[in-house]
Write a protein that binds this ligand. Structure first.
Ligand code: HEC
Length: 150
């Protein structure tokens, strides 16, 4: 019984350490100005070809689940979100970055997932706690790809 309690307390402490602020969890910190994150998360430009693959990848961006995109070799495109064709003309890179990193800043009711936010999520499975869907490099690759969609 006592042992069980000790285990439970240890479990609670481990649970706490998993909900550290983003920077402490090794995430890049970023600044939101108006409607954009103007600075690259990595300080570098992403790779648009990699970004296109990440957008298709069902375990990574999975953007096609909700968006139509100019990716003709993929049969199934979603229509929950707006068509991303031409999105690089509608938004600047910094605005696209914010929408991928944390779209809830733009619309708190959106169903689009935040791809680079570890804090403030609900019902996160333990193995995913403190982790983001995409890495900072992957976010930059996707932003680079989106800016080509003119
Ligand atoms: C679960 C569905 C879903 C997924 C997955 C999703 N989105 Fe979205 N996205 C939306 C919805 C819905 C909107 C409309 C904006 C809103 O809800 O406020 C949106 C809006 C956007 C916008 C702004 C478009 C505009 O014309 O205003 C961009 C850019 C975008 N998404 C990019 C992406 C990218 C890139 C991915 C993959 C990394 C992705 N989305 C994954 C649902 C999704």
């Amino acid at each position: 019984m006592i042992k069980t309690l000790a285990t439970a307390v240890a479990g609670a402490v481990i649970g706490l350490s998993l909900s550290l602020p983003a920077s402490a969890a090794g995430l890049v910190t970023y600044e939101i100005m108006d409607d954009a994150i103007t600075a690259s998360l990595t300080g570098k430009n992403g790779d648009a070809a990699k970004g296109r693959n990440l957008a298709i990848n069902r375990k990574k961006g999975n953007c096609l689940a909700c968006h139509a995109m100019p990716i003709p070799e993929q049969a199934f495109h979603g229509n929950i979100g707006p068509d991303l064709k031409g999105v690089g003309s509608r938004y600047k890179a910094g605005e696209l970055r914010l929408r991928v990193v944390d779209p809830k800043v733009v619309n708190e009711d959106t169903i689009m997932p935040a791809f680079y936010r570890a804090a403030g999520l609900n019902r996160v499975m333990k193995k995913f706690q403190g982790k983001t869907v995409l890495s900072a490099d992957e976010v930059e690759d996707i932003v680079a790809y989106l800016t080509t969609l003119k």
